[in-house]
Ligand binder design. Structure first.
Ligand SMILES: [Zn+2]
Length: 425
């Protein structure tokens, strides 16, 4: 189904932070919304039994990790930590070439589309196979071919730890010098002008990039108006190693808060062990935090200390499970279980949905393009089936809560990116 040049009217639609009824949306030939809430002209698709939401925006993914599925090793041994999982992941990287990364990414992106994810921030750090940076273009090609909207977060990786220990042989596939890396980004940005592809930069982590180059890269991102992402304090070891290296009590978030002029371009990923005080500081600066509850549970990381004012979004990260509805409710459930409360950081169904759409768009620098149904933005959308047994009996007042806390991917009917349906494989 192609809605470009047509209009859609849904029984229920998420508009302006609430559910509207019988809302019409007109879409032009480029897939951009031209009218919301008026009387539709021309050909109209009526969704009598579907609820229409903006497409989900996945702010943190490593597409190839999906192919570790079935090798969780959960429950086998106390030695199976995050770091052991990382060794398994390195085993997967060892065999990656151009064809393999294309196939890994395309499979994952198709699964994301089926789950209502219309934009993904791919945190890409496996750059080299037979030649320098020969894998980056394959990620773009996989996104273009599958139809997902991609923000390729080109990731700088310099070293194996704060004190630059010898590299693991697999890490050779990640590393580059700062200058070669910037040159590659400039090249990619020049070569790729596809309307569904844009770019951002990332420092892999404070352990993999020097603080000096994190600052340089962040300043480059702000000057170029690109999103900047970094894995931040996912494990206590990162903070302990940083303190040991600096001979001080400061962890990565302390250093970033004091040396960078943080703001909306910045996204810290995970922030699992970031102090509540630093989380408040990030919120006051308008910096984003991407949390990945399914992965953080899967890897046994922990639960971040989020607060009501923190701009959050959700990532599927290791992609062992791809379901944004599950990310949303686990973000809420984990906070509630830790807090013995049914109201932590004001995480209502509405707020969770907003984080999974507008929050993701903000983190990926896509706020002017997607995240909600507004004139001038692309029609990226997902619909769910009101005739499903799960949603039977829902009405305008109860539907959002029912979607977030009761639904799964199986209720998803149609997924549109730029006005064109993309979940028909
Ligand atoms: Zn990650």
């Amino acid at each position: 189904m192609d809605l470009r040049g047509k209009a859609i009217v849904a029984k229920y639609a998420w508009i302006g932070g609430k559910i509207g009824e019988e809302v019409a949306i007109e879409i032009d030939e480029k897939g951009v919304i031209t009218n919301v809430g008026g009387i539709p002209s021309g050909e109209v698709l009526r969704l009598e039994n579907e609820v229409l939401l903006p497409g989900f925006v996945n702010s943190h993914s490593h597409a190839f990790h999906r192919h570790l599925r079935g090798r969780s090793e959960i429950g086998r041994s106390a030695a199976d930590t995050f770091w052991k999982w990382r060794d398994n992941m390195y085993g997967l990287v060892a065999d990656v070439d151009k064809d393999v990364i294309y196939r890994y990414c395309a499979t994952t992106f198709r699964e994301m589309l089926a789950a209502g994810i219309t934009s993904v921030g791919e945190f890409h750090y496996v750059h080299h196979a037979n030649n320098r940076f020969d894998l980056d273009g394959e990620v773009v090609r996989a996104a273009v071919d599958t139809g997902i909207r991609l923000v390729l977060l080109e990731t700088l990786y310099e070293q194996a730890g704060f004190d630059a220990p010898p590299l693991h042989p697999v890490q050779e596939r990640f590393v580059s010098s700062y200058d070669a890396f910037i040159q590659k980004i400039q090249e990619l940005r020049r070569e790729n002008k596809h309307p569904r592809v844009s770019f951002g930069v990332a420092a892999h982590s404070a352990r993999a990039v020097t603080f000096q180059n994190i600052k340089k890269l962040y300043n480059y991102a702000v000057a170029e108006n690109l999103p900047f992402h970094i894995h931040l304090e996912e494990q206590p070891k990162e903070i302990a190693d940083c303190q040991k290296f600096l001979g001080k009590t400061q962890g990565p978030s302390d250093i970033l808060l004091t040396t960078l002029n943080l703001g909306e371009h910045f996204t810290g990923v995970h922030a699992t062990y970031t102090s509540a005080a630093n989380m408040r500081a990030l919120a006051s600066l308008g910096a984003n935090v991407s949390i990945c509850p399914c992965t953080e549970g899967y890897l046994g990381d922990g639960i971040p200390q989020i607060n009501e004012d923190l701009p959050i979004s959700f990532g599927s990260d290791c992609n062992n499970r791809i379901c944004m509805l599950e990310e949303m409710r686990w973000a809420c459930f984990s906070q509630q279980m830790r807090g013995n409360s049914r109201s932590v950081a004001a995480l209502s169904a509405e707020k969770l949905l907003s984080a999974a759409t507008e929050g993701g768009a903000r983190s990926l620098g896509l706020a002017a393009k997607v995240g909600d149904f507004q004139v001038g933005k692309y029609f990226d959308a997902v619909t769910l089936d009101l005739n499903s047994s799960t949603l039977e009996g829902s009405n305008a007042a109860t539907i959002v809560d029912a979607l977030i806390f009761s639904c799964d991917n199986k209720e998803i009917r149609r997924v549109f990116v730029g006005g064109k349906q993309r979940n028909t494989f």
